[in-house]
Design a protein around this ligand. Structure first.
Ligand code: ATP
Ligand code: MG
Length: 563
């Protein structure tokens, strides 16, 4: 095991980088994070960024942000902008090194001409379907294209005319002349350029031929002087092709190292599938709080600190695995437990009238802002005769081990008094709509002078002072640990959880939240962590539950149901 300067074991990439510096293969570290702007970044990209930006920082090097924008059909400035915003939000900085593969279109075109001139590339008139048929399979070699032996001059002429816009989309391609019998299918005369008469978000109509990702990626790394090109495992089989291009062009050669992608249980992490969720209306938007995108996680209430901690804990390996999404939630709870201010909010209100509390009287109660952080101080919360408590905190017929309010039972109201339920007012259907209670003035502050105990403390808000709010509760977006585990003829959408969103519109929260700012996160005591949604700007408070607290009762109840 190799240790770093702080005596921590290093992962295999850090070991490789250390070795390269020691051996003098490189005298500096320069990485890049290369998103294609065809979707929003997701938590898998956070892992990649922790590796790319993280390793550069640790070795005193640099990391470029490079948009691999080679396909105008799928790319958009909306994505370019969201990606930059999300990277900054996580706390990474590309400084002045914002690059685009499209900045190299001129250079890449010249590289292509060089390969044609060396007899290493040719213009092919096969259609996309024919190219696929000719390619062969893992067990069968491919067949050579009938256009493979065009002369250099003919190829130069045709390629120039492709560029000049003489031919329609899909009618011709430029292909590398490598080996149709190669065991690596990527080397069977891969396409380098295709004709696409679609304007590009940066180069507008300057080009009607565009390099394939594989023809752009390695050369872009080379042009930028990248030393370590770190990418996920699916690029391992493409590395021989990148090597082939760089060698054939005789240009600077970075070192590519692959790592396992992040896979998360109950989650899809593929931009194609995430796009399908958005386009199909299965979620509201890319930043829907159920999405594993960074913007969705942010809206839900995940913090950069929690995400970085998560990436740190999952580490870097070469072998594919599936990480339990509960770990991400755990990291969030740990972070928010330290930092989130505590407040009281009632999700499903039940009216309580305290019969012996004077009408019109308001008591200001001191409430602790964060028991984990004494410096956060206290705030006052108004207490009065009529309150709301949680419907769930009352049972007319309490089951065993249910210690909260019930007829004749006494409980503690958080920060204030003991109350006893003396009567239940019901509606025509027999549902409790109001509880009549009494309080014991001697228990102010939460303890009885005679030493009698209560087994539960419940939260509350004063009806006259509470602020109405909408609360959105989320569950997993998919019902299966592996969303791709489907019957024949189905796709991952078959595993969508129909109950992933529950909207509660009648909630009431304490008045200190009246002006809560978007993206601010609170702990609603006993209920979880809640983040102010941007929809709040539309005039009413909206909260997203980021994550619940651990619910002991649910576990007991479940155990009882089973037992
Ligand atoms: P997707 O497969 O989700 O569509 P992608 O690989 O096409 O993603 P890119 O924009 O090409 O997305 O990714 C930018 C970088 O992020 C690449 O270096 C890629 O290896 C890395 N990356 C993408 N998804 C993951 C993941 N799940 N875990 C780790 N790294 C990832
Ligand atoms: Mg990709």
């Amino acid at each position: 095991m190799t240790l770093n300067d702080s005596n921590q074991p290093m992962d295999f990439i850090r070991v490789a980088v250390t070795d390269d510096l020691k051996a003098g293969r490189y005298d500096r570290v320069h990485t890049r994070f290369p998103p294609e702007p065809n979707g929003y970044l997701h938590i898998g990209h956070a892992k990649a960024m922790c590796i790319d930006f993280g390793i550069a920082a640790e070795f005193g090097g640099r990391c470029n942000l490079r948009f691999d924008d080679t396909n105008p059909v799928k790319e958009d400035v909306e994505y370019v902008e969201s990606i930059q915003q999300d990277i900054r939000w996580l706390g990474f900085d590309w400084e002045d090194r914002l690059c685009y593969a499209s900045d190299y279109f001129g250079q890449l075109y010249e590289y292509a001409v060089m390969l044609i001139s060396k007899g290493k590339a040719y213009v092919c008139d096969l259609s996309a379907d024919e190219i696929r048929d000719y390619r062969g399979t893992l067990t069968e070699p491919g067949k050579e294209s009938p256009y493979r032996n065009r002369t250099v001059d003919e190829n130069l002429d045709l390629f120039a005319r492709m560029r000049a816009g003489e031919f329609p989309d899909g009618s011709r391609t430029l292909r590398a002349k490598i080996d149709m019998a190669s065991g690596n299918i990527n080397l069977r005369d891969p396409v380098m350029y295709r004709i696409i008469h679609t304007p590009h978000h940066r180069t507008a109509s300057e080009w009607c031929i565009y390099p394939m990702y594989d023809f752009a990626h390695g050369q872009s790394d080379s042009i930028e002087g990248i030393t370590h090109s770190l990418c996920s495992l699916e690029y391992e089989d493409h590395r021989p092709l990148y090597d082939w291009y760089l060698d054939a062009l005789e240009i600077y050669h970075p070192r590519q190292i692959e790592f396992a992608r992040l896979n998360l249980s109950y989650t899809v992490l593929s931009k194609r599938k995430l796009l399908q969720l958005v386009r199909g209306g299965h979620v509201k938007s890319w930043d829907d709080p159920r999405m594993p995108t960074l913007s969705g996680l942010r809206r839900r209430g995940y913090t950069p600190e929690a995400i970085l901690d998560f990436c740190d804990r999952i580490g870097v390996a070469k072998k594919d695995s599936i990480v339990d999404i509960a770990l991400l939630d755990h990291c969030l709870r740990e972070d928010l437990n330290r930092r989130a201010p505590r407040v009281m909010g009632v999700l499903k209100p039940l009216r309580v009238v305290i019969e012996n509390f004077p009408d019109g009287h308001v008591e200001d109660v001191a409430a602790v802002n964060n028991p984990e952080d004494p410096s956060a101080g206290t705030r006052t919360v108004p207490f009065s005769r009529v309150l709301y408590i949680e419907q769930d905190d009352f049972r007319e017929n309490p089951p065993p081990k249910y210690y909260r309010l019930a007829p004749g039972r006494e409980v503690r109201l958080r920060y204030t008094y003991f109350i006893t339920c003396v009567d239940v007012v019901k509606d025509a259907q027999g549902n409790a709509v109001e509880l009549r209670c009494t309080y014991d003035p001697a228990t102010r502050g939460g303890d009885a002078p005679d030493g009698r105990k209560v087994k539960a403390t419940i939260h509350w808000v004063s009806t006259a002072h509470a602020v109405p709010a909408e609360v959105r509760l989320y569950d997993r977006l998919f019902v299966k640990e592996d969303p791709d585990d489907v019957d024949e003829g189905q796709d991952f959408l078959a595993n969508l959880n129909p109950h992933s969103l529950e909207v509660l519109t009648g909630c009431r929260v304490e008045p200190s939240l009246a002006k809560a700012k978007t993206e601010k996160i609170y702990q609603f005591e006993r209920l979880g962590y809640f983040c102010v949604d941007p929809d709040t700007a539309k005039g009413r408070l909206v909260f997203n539950r980021a994550v619940s607290l651990k619910d002991e009762w649910a576990r007991v109840e479940k155990a009882q149901r089973v037992g």
